[in-house]
Design a protein around this ligand. Structure first.
Ligand code: ZN
Length: 220
């Protein structure tokens, strides 16, 4: 079960290993239930560690398999005898929470630009979240640069509110999800914070070069 959607604040879990396999020299693990979000939508995969038979094993990334399930890439090789073993999972919460705050910030930026320009905005050319900062790059013809001041003012105003962020699956395509905040709806299968005030202290910087407009958000 994808517990990272059910309870995105869950940092620890007892569950069972369902599969251990190697590919390209790396060891991978599947779990019965997972709190580790697999990378996607510009968001990085979770990190953390597992306690297997009393030993700590680091998770260096979580990725999606062909069925959109989370698969853990391990730092070291795990003996296949631990398939079906009961284990303890620990999420690198500091890393994840920064990803959630930044990811939600980028949606908010996109939604505000749409509102200010008064029409639909094309998806960013690039949307990336690093550890501590994130940015969207738009084609320079996507919107007028004169709206950037209003974007920044509105963004700074909204991140101080308790406006709720909700996410939900598509009624037909279960792997397809939506992000909603106030009247804004964006298709996204990522992990987000629950209210805008959780974004906390961030800095917005904008730049215009090489035919693109970059809007960068950094955590302070
Ligand atoms: Zn999202």
């Amino acid at each position: 079960m994808k517990l990272y959607y059910e309870d995105k604040y869950k940092r620890e879990l007892k569950t069972k290993i369902t599969d251990i396999f190697s590919e390209d020299g790396k060891c991978f693990i599947r779990l019965e239930d997972s709190i580790f979000y697999p990378q996607g939508g510009g968001q990085k995969g979770d990190r953390g560690y597992l306690i297997i038979d009393g030993e700590k094993h680091n998770i260096i990334n979580a990725i999606k398999d062909e069925n959109y399930n989370s698969v853990l890439m391990m730092e070291d090789t795990i003996n296949p005898k631990y398939i079906n073993a009961n284990i303890d999972c620990y999420l690198d919460w500091n890393f994840r929470y920064k990803q959630m705050r930044l990811h939600t910030s980028l949606h908010l930026v996109h939604a505000i630009i749409e509102e200010v320009k008064g029409s639909k905005l094309d998806y960013p050319l690039i949307s990336t979240i690093e550890d501590g900062f994130a940015y969207n790059k738009y084609d320079e013809n996507s919107f007028d640069l004169s709206i950037l001041t209003e974007l920044e003012d509105k963004f700074n105003e909204l991140v101080q509110t308790d406006s709720q962020v909700i996410t939900y699956p598509d009624t037909e395509k279960g792997n397809y999800r939506y992000w909603q905040c106030m009247n804004y709806i964006i298709p996204c299968g990522g992990i987000h914070i629950s209210k805008l005030s959780e974004i906390g202290k961030v800095k917005m910087e904008t730049s215009h070069k090489r035919n693109t407009i970059t809007i960068k958000i950094s955590l302070e």
